[in-house]
Design a protein around this ligand. Structure first.
Ligand code: NDP
Length: 337
């Protein structure tokens, strides 16, 4: 069984009817270097939304009727590739939403998921694309320094939880913004951020202003865009940095916001805002992964997962990303380890 895109979306929120679950007989015969993979965990990521619409982007749209792809961890059931043996766990940022599949064992996107080094879901989170996004975006663009103030939007989510914790390890004062009291408690109590701000509170603009009254904002980690960004940018310090990781508030708009609405604050503070795609930093992944694993094993960084079970939970979990109560990384367990 696999989940495919049924039609492209022109604008607006994706819905159940835009997906279909298909069943096909799998030919398990392996060609040279091929492996048979049983999917164990699959990720649902907001960027999947971008590939559900036609049009030019940094990555092609999904093909109608073909499996949706996202990060996944699987177990090798058959191998015709010297790199992999039966029973190995394998991860890739582009595995299909499909229970079992044959793939190229030499695909450079595949990496080993070592269950002894970290729990398997970590390879979709801290040690997968999410962790690489947070670590590389923060260190390369955010350039955090001890004593600086870092504000993280969608701070309780997959990327945000790691950005804030890396900021804390470096010695920043960290302010997380998220959409509920529970998420704010999670950020301050579990992740040890200094302040959690609920942007759904009517006082959130004042709450942000108060939280940065004495320090200003040296780094604003942009995950959401829109009104939250509007509320943060007036507080930028001179030479502030803004890693532009995502703008989830606009992914489902039928028409994009038209600017200019924030440039004045960038100008006044001589700030730098830079968009990036995690794969820009692919050469830095090994070092990033090593550092994050070390902090994880030293108990300095947590990796929270919200795990649902079953292929039938993949689409609802994906849809809920745009209005969800999950903490940390949303992952779906498809089969037992
Ligand atoms: P999350 O786990 O953070 O889930 C998304 C969260 O975004 C939701 O839980 C919700 O939290 C918040 N959200 C959703 N809609 C809105 C809205 N309209 N306004 C404000 N907040 C909203 O997802 P990820 O950590 O996986 O992704 C975070 C961002 O990082 C996304 O924009 C994503 O596209 C981007 N990203 C970019 C990458 C890159 O290479 N540049 C790579 C990976 C991710 P809440 O309840 O707090 O609103």
């Amino acid at each position: 069984k696999f989940i495919a895109l049924k039609n492209y979306i022109k604008g607006g929120y994706p819905q159940e009817k835009d997906f279909e679950t298909k069943e096909v007989d799998l030919d398990e015969t392996l060609g040279n270097n091929q492996i048979l993979v049983k999917l164990i965990y699959i990720s649902v990521d907001p960027y999947v939304r971008g590939r559900m619409s036609e049009g030019k982007s940094y990555i092609d749209p999904f093909k109608i009727g073909e499996p949706i792809e996202c990060g996944g961890v699987g177990k090798i059931e058959k191998s015709n590739c010297s790199k992999w043996k039966v029973g190995d766990y394998i991860a890739n940022n582009q595995f299909p939403w499909k229970e079992k599949f044959v793939t190229d064992g030499n695909n450079p996107g595949c990496y080993k998921a070592d269950k002894n080094a970290a729990p398997l879901p970590c390879y979709l989170s801290l040690l997968g694309m999410t962790g690489m996004t947070a670590y590389c975006g923060l260190t390369e663009i955010g350039e955090p320094k001890k004593g600086e103030t870092l504000v993280v939007s969608a701070g309780s989510g997959a990327v945000g939880q790691i950005v804030g914790q890396v900021g804390k390890i470096i010695g920043c004062r960290v302010i997380g913004i998220a959409g509920s009291k529970e998420k704010c408690d999670f950020m301050t109590k579990e992740l040890r951020f200094d302040v959690g701000i609920n942007y759904k509170s009517p006082t959130y603009k004042d709450d942000i202003a108060k939280a940065v009254e004495k320090t200003g904002v040296d780094i604003y980690w942009e995950n959401v865009g829109g009104e939250i960004t509007d509320a943060v940018l007036p507080h930028l310090n001179k030479y502030a940095r803004i890693p532009l990781c995502g703008v989830i508030s606009s992914y489902n708009k039928t028409e994009l916001d038209v600017g200019p609405r924030i440039q004045i604050y960038l100008l006044k503070s001589s700030a730098k805002m830079q968009g990036f795609i995690v794969f820009n930093y692919i050469d830095k992944f090994p070092a990033a992964s090593k550092q994050l694993a070390e902090w994880y094993n030293q108990g300095k960084i947590k990796d929270q997962h919200s795990i649902k079970k079953g292929l039938d939970q993949v689409v609802p979990s994906f849809l809920s990303l745009f209005n969800s109560d999950h903490l940390g990384k949303m992952i779906i367990k498809i089969a037992d380890e």
